[in-house]
Ligand binder design. Structure first.
Ligand SMILES: [Zn+2]
Length: 703
C-alpha cells in the first residue's frame, strides 16, 4: 500500500464541488500505461477527478478473490499506482466497478449466478457472462470484491457500470428475460405468479415484472450503498435513481437511433437530475465516441461543448468519457474540451450552490414512460405517433416548444412529487413553480393526483394535454380523470384521426394575428365540460383535401381547442389534442405560440427575456447570495446530428427583472456590460456582445 494520506484530504468531498471528471474506460493493455503520465494528462486537461478501473470483470489490482479474474496483461498493481499518481496530482480517484458480468472463472464455478433465458442459454459476450441481479455474483460476491478493494485502496469514489437487468448484448441482439431459479423464486414470492412468458403487456405478468426489475435492482443498489459506507465511510458512490451520493448519467448517441437527432439529451438529463434530487451534485458524462461499435471515432469539440453548455445551464457539472486513456487516436475534440475545462476551473465558484430560477416545470413521469404502452396493447395504432420516430415523446415535444420560445423551465418528476425520489418530497417538489405542464402524462397515481390538485387549489396553473390522468399508476383505464381539478365529467370521447382538420382561431383569443386557422392532426377528445369553463378556438372537423374543387368544409363545430377552468386559487388548462406531438414532428410556430401562450397568460412575466435572432436556449439559476446566473446557449452550429462550431450570434439583448447594480458580468467572454435604466415594466436591458458557444451572465439581485 502506497502512502497517499498526505494528499487525500485535498480530494475529500470532491463530489460536493463543481468537479470536472474524466472517465477512462481502460482496456487490458492500458494497465501498462504510465499511471503518473495518465494522472498528469488528466490534470493538464483540467480535470479534478479521474475515473479508473478497479474490478468486477477484470481486476486492475492483484486480487485474492479467486473468482474475480485479474487483468492478464497487468504487471504489478495498476490501481495502486493510479491512486498514488492521482492524489499526487491533486485529483480525486473514482474507481469503476463492473459487476454486471464476470469471466468463465466465475461462470464455471457458479453458472446459477448468471442470466439464463428460456432456452437455458447464458448471455455470453466475448467470453464474459451477464450476472443476474438476483444471483450470487451480484448478491454476494460483488460485496466481497468491494470489501477487498476499498479496504486496500484509498479511492475517493466508486462508479458501477450497467447496474441492473439486461437482455440485449453489446451488439444489440435480444436475448429474452432471465428465468434462473433465483428470478423464478423471487418473482413468485413477491407476486405469487410465474415469470412472464414474453416481454409484452399482452402477458398478464409483464406489468408486475417491470416493477420487479425496478424493486430488486433498487434494493441491491441500496445494499451496495450501505456496504460501501460501512467499509469506507468517505467514499462517494455515483448513481442515478435510489441510494447514491451524487447522480452520474451519460450523454451519448448511436448511429442506429431513429432520426431526427435529439440535441437536448444533456439538458434533459440535467433537468431530470435536479428534479429527482435537488440536493445532490450531478454530472452526465459526455461519451467521446459516436457509437459502441466505433469506440475510437470521436465526437467534435462543438458536440461536447454544446452538451456541456446545456449541463452548466441546468445545474450539472462537467464530465468526459473516453474509451482507453486520454491520448486518443482521434484527438480532434481534446483541445476544445481542454479550453472549456480550463475556463470552468477559473469560474467554478460561480457554479456553487445553484438553485433554479425557473417558474415553469415540465412533468417527467417514469410510470407513464413505463406503462403508457399498456394502453395500446399492441392493438390500435396511434395515427400521429406512428408517424413519429421512436425517439419522440410528448414530453420532448413540449420541451422543444418551451426551449425554442426561450422560456426557462425545469422538470418535476413523478417520483419526487410522490416523495419516492431522493429529494424533497410531496408538494415541496412543486414549490416555486407557477405553472406545471403535463403533456399526455397518461398515468397518475391517486396520491400524485391529489398532490397536483392541491397545487392548483393553492394557486398553481396546470396545463395538460390529451388523455393526461385518465389511467392509473400501472396504465389501467380510469372511469374519470385522476385529477379532481380537471374540468370534464367522465371520460372524453376520442376522435382517432384528425387528418384534414383545423382549429378556427381569432386574434382576440390568441396571439396569432395574421392567421384564422391552425392545422390539427392526430387525435382529438370531445368532453362533457364542467360548468364555468372558458374555451378558446373551435374545431373544424376533417374536411376533404382533394380534388381542389371539393376542398371546403361541410360543417363547423363548437368543440374547443383549449379549455380553461378555475380550481381553488389556481386553474387548469386542458388542450384536448396533442400539440406537443405535432410540434415535435412539424415545428409549426403557430402550435408553439398556442402551447406557450396558455402558460404565459396565467403566470407572472419571465424574469429574463432575450431578444434578437438565433437558435438559443435560455436558463436562469440563482446563486446562494441571490444573484442570477443566466445562460444563453448557442445551437446555431447544430443541424440534425452535425455539430460544428456555431457562428457567433450578434445583436442579442437581455432584459432582466429585478437586476441591481449598473452592470452584468459575462463569464464566458470575460466582459462586463452596462444595464439600462428600468423600462416601464421594471426590466433592465443589456446589449450582449457576440455570443460564441454560450454565455453565462451574472446579474445582481435587487433584494
Ligand atoms: Zn435471474
Amino acid at each position: 500500500m502506497h502512502d497517499i494520506k498526505k494528499n487525500a484530504t485535498s480530494t475529500r468531498n470532491w463530489w460536493k464541488q463543481p468537479f470536472r471528471m474524466v472517465q477512462t474506460n481502460l482496456r487490458q493493455p492500458d494497465a501498462l500505461y504510465d499511471q503518473h503520465a495518465l494522472a498528469r494528462e488528466a490534470r493538464e486537461l483540467g480535470a479534478t477527478a479521474l475515473l479508473y478501473n478497479i474490478g468486477g470483470i477484470f481486476a486492475f489490482y492483484p486480487t485474492k478473490l479467486e473468482l474475480q479474474a485479474v487483468n492478464p496483461l497487468m504487471k504489478g498493481d495498476a490501481l495502486g499506482k493510479a491512486v498514488e499518481a492521482a492524489h499526487a496530482e491533486g485529483l480525486a480517484l473514482v474507481g469503476r466497478f463492473d459487476m454486471s458480468k464476470a469471466t468463465k472463472l466465475a461462470y464455471d464455478a457458479h453458472p446459477e449466478w448468471f442470466v439464463h433465458n428460456r432456452a437455458g442459454k447464458a448471455l455470453e459476450y466475448n467470453g464474459t457472462y451477464q450476472a443476474c441481479v438476483n444471483g450470487g455474483w451480484y448478491q454476494d460476491y460483488a460485496f466481497r470484491i468491494i470489501e477487498e478493494a476499498l479496504g486496500r485502496y484509498e479511492v475517493d469514489g466508486v462508479f458501477f457500470n450497467m447496474f441492473g437487468y439486461t437482455n440485449f448484448n453489446y451488439s444489440g441482439e435480444y436475448f429474452g428475460i432471465c428465468v434462473c431459479d433465483a428470478c423464478k423464486r423471487r418473482f413468485r414470492a413477491m407476486y405469487d405468479r410465474d415469470l412472464p412468458a414474453k416481454e409484452d403487456f399482452s402477458d398478464p405478468a409483464y406489468a408486475d415484472y417491470l416493477e420487479f426489475q425496478d424493486r430488486t435492482a433498487r434494493e441491491l443498489q441500496g445494499r451496495i450503498y450501505d456496504h460501501i459506507h460501512e467499509v469506507a465511510r468517505s467514499v462517494a458512490m455515483t448513481g442515478h435513481r435510489g441510494k447514491c451520493d451524487l447522480i452520474r448519467m451519460e450523454v451519448q448517441r448511436g448511429v442506429s437511433r431513429p432520426q431526427p437527432e435529439w440535441p437536448h439529451q444533456a439538458g434533459e438529463q440535467a433537468r431530470w437530475a435536479r428534479a429527482y434530487a435537488p440536493d445532490k451534485n450531478a454530472s452526465a458524462t459526455s461519451a467521446n465516441f459516436v457509437d459502441f461499435a466505433w469506440r475510437f471515432h470521436s465526437e467534435t469539440a462543438a458536440c461536447h461543448t454544446l452538451r456541456m453548455a446545456q449541463q452548466l445551464a441546468n445545474g450539472m457539472t462537467l464530465d468526459l468519457y473516453l474509451l482507453g486513456v486520454i491520448e486518443q487516436d482521434d484527438n480532434r475534440p481534446m483541445a476544445g474540451v481542454k479550453e472549456l475545462f480550463h475556463w470552468h476551473a477559473g469560474v467554478e465558484d460561480e457554479y456553487r450552490g445553484l438553485t433554479s430560477g425557473a417558474k415553469i416545470a415540465l412533468y417527467h413521469s417514469l410510470k407513464s414512460a413505463r406503462y403508457t404502452r399498456r394502453k395500446s396493447g399492441g392493438g390500435r395504432a396511434d395515427h400521429i405517433a406512428s408517424l413519429l420516430s421512436a425517439g419522440a415523446t410528448p414530453m420532448r415535444g413540449y420541451f422543444r416548444a418551451l426551449l425554442e420560445d426561450r422560456l426557462a423551465f425545469d422538470f418535476v418528476c413523478d417520483e419526487a412529487v410522490e416523495g419516492k425520489a431522493a429529494g424533497p418530497s410531496g408538494i415541496d417538489a412543486l414549490s416555486g413553480y407557477e405553472a406545471l405542464v403535463l403533456p399526455s402524462i397518461l398515468c397518475l397515481s391517486d396520491e400524485e393526483a391529489a398532490i397536483l390538485d392541491a397545487y392548483v387549489e393553492s394557486g398553481g396553473v396546470l396545463v395538460v394535454t390529451g388523455e393526461t390522468g385518465f389511467f392509473d399508476a400501472r396504465g389501467e383505464s380510469r372511469f374519470r380523470s385522476a385529477l379532481a381539478s380537471m374540468p370534464v365529467n367522465g371520460v372524453p370521447k376520442e376522435h382517432a384521426n384528425m387528418k384534414g382538420a383545423y382549429f378556427r382561431v381569432s386574434a382576440e383569443e390568441l396571439p396569432l394575428p395574421d392567421s384564422r386557422l391552425v392545422m390539427l392532426d392526430g387525435r382529438f377528445w370531445e368532453a362533457d365540460l364542467k360548468p364555468g369553463t372558458e374555451t378558446l378556438m373551435q374545431l373544424l372537423p376533417p374536411q376533404r383535401f382533394g380534388p381542389p374543387e371539393l376542398c371546403f368544409p361541410d360543417e363547423e363545430s363548437e368543440l374547443p381547442g383549449v379549455v380553461i377552468a378555475p380550481y381553488g386559487k389556481g386553474r387548469v388548462v386542458w388542450l384536448p389534442w396533442q400539440p406537443e406531438l405535432q410540434y415535435y414532428r412539424d415545428s409549426l410556430p403557430s402550435h408553439r405560440t398556442i402551447m406557450t401562450d396558455v402558460i404565459k397568460r396565467h403566470i407572472s412575466a419571465p424574469e429574463v427575456i432575450v431578444e434578437g435572432k438565433g437558435a438559443i436556449e435560455v436558463t436562469v439559476q440563482r446563486q446562494p447570495q441571490g444573484s442570477s446566473l443566466i445562460h444563453v446557449v448557442n445551437y446555431a452550429g447544430q443541424r440534425n446530428n452535425l455539430y460544428e462550431d456555431p457562428p457567433e450570434l450578434h445583436g442579442l439583448k437581455v432584459g432582466i427583472l429585478g437586476a441591481s447594480g449598473e452592470t452584468v458580468r459575462l463569464l464566458r467572454s470575460g466582459k462586463t456590460v452596462s444595464l439600462s435604466a428600468p423600462d416601464p415594466d421594471g426590466r433592465r436591458w443589456a446589449e450582449l456582445p457576440a455570443i460564441g458557444d454560450f454565455e453565462a451572465i451574472v446579474a445582481g439581485s435587487a433584494t
